[in-house]
Write a protein that binds this ligand. Sequence first.
Ligand SMILES: *Cc1c(COP(=O)(O)O)cnc(C)c1O
Length: 224
Amino acid sequence: MSIKANIEKINKTVKQYNAHLIAVSKTKPADQIMEAYEAGIVDFGENKVQELVEKEQQLPKDIRWHMIGHLQRNKVKYIAPFVYLIHGVDSLRLLKEIDKQGKRLDRVISCLLQVHIAEEESKFGFSIEELNLLFEDPDFTSMRNIVIKGFMGMATFTEDPDQIKKEFMGLQELFKSFSSLHSDKSNVDMKILSMGMSGDFEIALESGSNMVRVGSSIFGSRNY
Ligand SMILES: *Cc1c(COP(=O)(O)O)cnc(C)c1O
């Protein structure tokens, strides 16, 4: 199937849930991104800073670029001028750097906090305890050049749909509780729950996701 046909098929499901599709274009060339753009996609996700910067320079200026991968603090400055949403914020130190770059550019940078929901050991993502500490930390509550737009999570890499569903439902619960508990904070505006990739976006949508990040089901498998 063509990129356009893939997008139409996926968007049919995504729209039923009033959710939003991010086309994950990492490793894919500009001409394939243009094919998706011409099929109506304006949101693209990348996971490497250098690739993101190069593509931003080459491609239409109304594209909204999402940084979905792990972000190193020393690279924030390269994407801070244009990035639309940073999905993988996983520490206060990283958030401080994003806030600092936002201040320098007079921009408020939208961020999602990555929450660790998978069974697998991973270095990335906040635990619930860490999230609770973060939201009460004065260093966090005083930041004015970031806004927390919601959470991002990745389920365990497994064939078991019940396991995936359980993890996504858990994050939905957490999202709802943080949305109501912290609605008074000026740098918190919980609107986005980013869950679901090619293999599990349907389960994610059933579990309350309103933003799915889909790569290979749109562009085909990646050759690294
Ligand atoms: C690569 C990637 C995706 C998309 O993965 P597919 O399985 O190709 O849809 C989604 N989210 C993140 C964080 C990724 O790194």
